[in-house]
Write a protein that binds this ligand. Structure first.
Ligand code: NDP
Length: 434
């Protein structure tokens, strides 16, 4: 804590991982050597930079940009770019730390990184968003490269923003190598990448449910958020026969007791992706029930999929969900549950999939995009989706293998942390003190 003052999210993420690792390291003392843990919590490089740009009124605006290059032990730094006013060093270091273990879990050769800016895309014109992206990447481009650091999207950064950043990177570097993932299909993007995080979260939850002889068929599901991850989590859960009863954003929650349908989801996507609107706008358009300022966790469900942002589900929310009989929680977002909430789920015997395992499908498919770019090929939809499903099943199996408790039950939190750690740690030990 003294080394990282004012970084509560980073300390929270490190604490959660270390609690899983202590007993494991006590049994495997080689991982306590060579200051391995001390090195892992110190990013290899942090870049912070000024981003100045001109808004539609001709006013010069200044934001702060970041790239955290946490670990290259198993491959180029890899992780998304977030544009949100809450972005700061603590949030990005927590995300880069989580990302390092998550990327290891995918089994693909990707190190860990994360970046972003405290820029708020809400209410900005398309021209302003483009100018901001170009200003941001005019510094970032010198720190990235297809064998160095490969950024992607995250909150506030979707296909449009990745396109603007990839375009400017190409112009500045005079190289066509596809540095970003999450690109459009016409310039090196992969089929299934937009769907991958949401689909992958549902695939992971399905594997967890299978261990108790259940499937999504007929279950009630709540989803939080209504962005990229949430939309495709809704789509896949519906396709597997679930009744999805909520979506949300920072304006409030939609509660739909009839359940979402493909038609309703298409309207939500239009509101969110084409009009950059709120779920309150969706409620206005469709007459759906809208609860201003509320989160979805008071609604009784069998499966909860938090897909919005960090710390959006606390101990009280967990207690409510447990009292209402929740069976499975799979995190689509990064660290949406507080440590207390995650512990409450595990203690109550709820199947609990931590984000670094359950939402790894996005970065896994980014890894597949990198493979296709390197091969200069693009694989068909079914091939990418099939590989995604296999990877999620593989991550589930690794969590079960490393997370099995003495009483035979499974802690997916411990399993994910230990499985990810072992791969990164072995790579670090083999490569010496660097
Ligand atoms: P989007 O920007 O598409 O959507 C974010 C959603 O979360 C929106 O509904 C947004 O609501 C809500 N949200 C964001 N910040 C807050 C906040 N502070 N309070 C309340 N609601 C908030 O982002 P993504 O769907 O890409 O990302 C969602 C989560 O999934 C993040 O935690 C991200 O790190 C994680 N993730 C994303 C991956 C990806 O492939 N995109 C991969 C793995 C993890 P509003 O519009 O009102 O802000």
């Amino acid at each position: 804590a003294e080394r990282n003052p004012g970084q509560p999210e980073f300390l929270q993420a490190v604490t959660e991982v270390m609690e899983s690792l202590w007993p494991f390291i006590a049994e495997h003392p080689k991982y306590a050597e060579h200051s391995l843990l001390e090195r892992l919590v110190e990013p290899e490089r942090v870049v912070m930079f000024r981003v100045s740009w001109v808004d539609d009124h001709g006013t010069v605006r200044v934001n702060r940009g970041y790239r955290i290059q946490l670990s290259m032990a198993i491959g180029p730094y890899k992780g998304g770019i977030r544009f949100h006013p809450s972005v700061n060093l603590s949030v990005l270091k927590f995300l880069a730390f989580e990302q390092t273990f998550k990327n290891a879990l995918t089994t693909l050769p990707m190190g860990g990184g994360k970046g972003g800016a405290d820029f708020d895309p809400k209410g900005k014109s398309p021209g302003e968003v483009m100018r901001f992206c170009q200003a941001f990447v005019s510094e970032l481009f010198r720190h990235v490269g297809s064998d160095t650091d490969v950024p992607a999207g995250d909150i506030g950064v979707g296909g449009r923003e990745v396109g603007f950043m990839a375009g400017m990177t190409k112009k500045l570097s005079n190289r066509a190598d596809c540095v970003f993932t999450g690109k459009g299909l016409s310039f090196g993007g992969s089929l299934i990448r937009p769907e991958a995080t949401g689909y992958g979260t549902v695939y992971f939850a399905e594997e967890m449910l299978k261990t108790r002889g259940m499937s999504f068929q007929g279950l009630r599901v709540s989803v939080s958020g209504s962005g990229n991850v949430a939309q495709y989590a809704v789509e896949k859960a519906m396709a597997l026969g679930a009744k999805v009863v909520t979506v949300s954003d920072s304006s409030g929650t939609i509660v739909d007791e009839d359940g979402f349908s493909p038609e309703k989801l298409a309207i939500l996507m239009d509101v969110k992706n084409h009009h950059f609107g709120r779920v309150s706008d969706y409620a206005q358009r469709t007459g759906a029930h809208f609860e201003a300022g509320k989160r979805p966790w008071h609604v009784p469900v069998d499966v909860a999929l938090p897909c919005a942002t960090q710390n959006e589900l606390d101990a009280n929310d967990a207690a409510t969900l447990i009292a209402n009989g929740v069976k499975c929680v799979a995190e689509g977002a990064n660290m949406p549950s507080t440590i207390e909430a995650a512990t409450a789920f595990e203690n109550a015997g709820v199947l609990f999939g931590p984000g670094k395992a359950s939402n790894a499908g996005g970065v896994a498919t980014s890894g597949l995009e990198m493979s296709q770019n390197a091969l200069r090929l693009s694989w068909p939809r079914d091939e990418v989706d099939g590989r995604l499903l296999q990877i999620m099943q593989g991550i589930h199996a690794a969590c079960v293998r490393h997370g099995r408790r003495a009483d035979g039950t499974v802690s997916y939190v411990d399993g994910a942390n230990i499985a990810g750690f072992v791969k990164v740690a072995d790579a670090m030990l083999a490569q010496g003190v660097i």
